[in-house]
Design a protein around this ligand. Sequence first.
Ligand SMILES: [Zn+2]
Length: 259
Amino acid sequence: MQLFDTHCHLDVAAFDADRREVLQASRAAGVADLLIPAVQRSTWPALLAFCANDTHLHPALGMHPVYLERHQPSDVRALSDAVATARPVAIGEIGLDWHIESLDRERQQRLLEDQLAIAEAYALPVVLHVRKAHDAILNTLKRFRLNGGFCHAFNGSIDQAHRYLAMGFRLGFGGMLTFERSRHLRRLAVELPLDAIVLETDAPDMTVASHRFERNSPAYLPEVLHSLAQLRELPAEEVAEHTSANARKVLDLASESAE
Ligand SMILES: [Zn+2]
């Protein structure tokens, strides 16, 4: 089994003590590939260094809307320069967070558009963080010529889902799917075509049911897979293969046979 964790923050301080061990445990659990999106400029060098010697660790560079106060105007130019030299697989994590009311919406919008312009210029997919702002972001995406991407931790409507799909996006499903109370999410996971779905952990956040209140880990991705397979009444192997292929397609990575 070759799983693809399309959203995992393995570079953050929560993994400083055991990053290599977590990676090893993940691989032992069948998680072959990890997409690690950045959240702010100061973390880019370490993230790139961590991914540098491993073709199955995929860095994305960007500025996360939740950390709005940490970003400087000059970071946009720095992002463009870093993308030109480091060639990340995607621009991210970027987006709009309207759930946290203290975050200035206009500034978020500007930061998003500046980064979408970079994604467009370098023909890179984007990794989106969207809370309570799907319609706003969908309307923004329309104004750019983008190569699709991932809408991480998707929990919008079926109509919004199809609008993302029409623009080449795939929707990330993670730990929330393992909780029985996630009724809306579970319905989405069954109603959407399997082509629409990619798996993610969002580690160290949003953990799975069996590790509630603990640090999340990419090694727990199989639990998300098994929830999805069970809900769709399909063999886990088939869901694994399909969702990993979906991720590779978005990132324009060649499909790889098992090593
Ligand atoms: Zn994230």
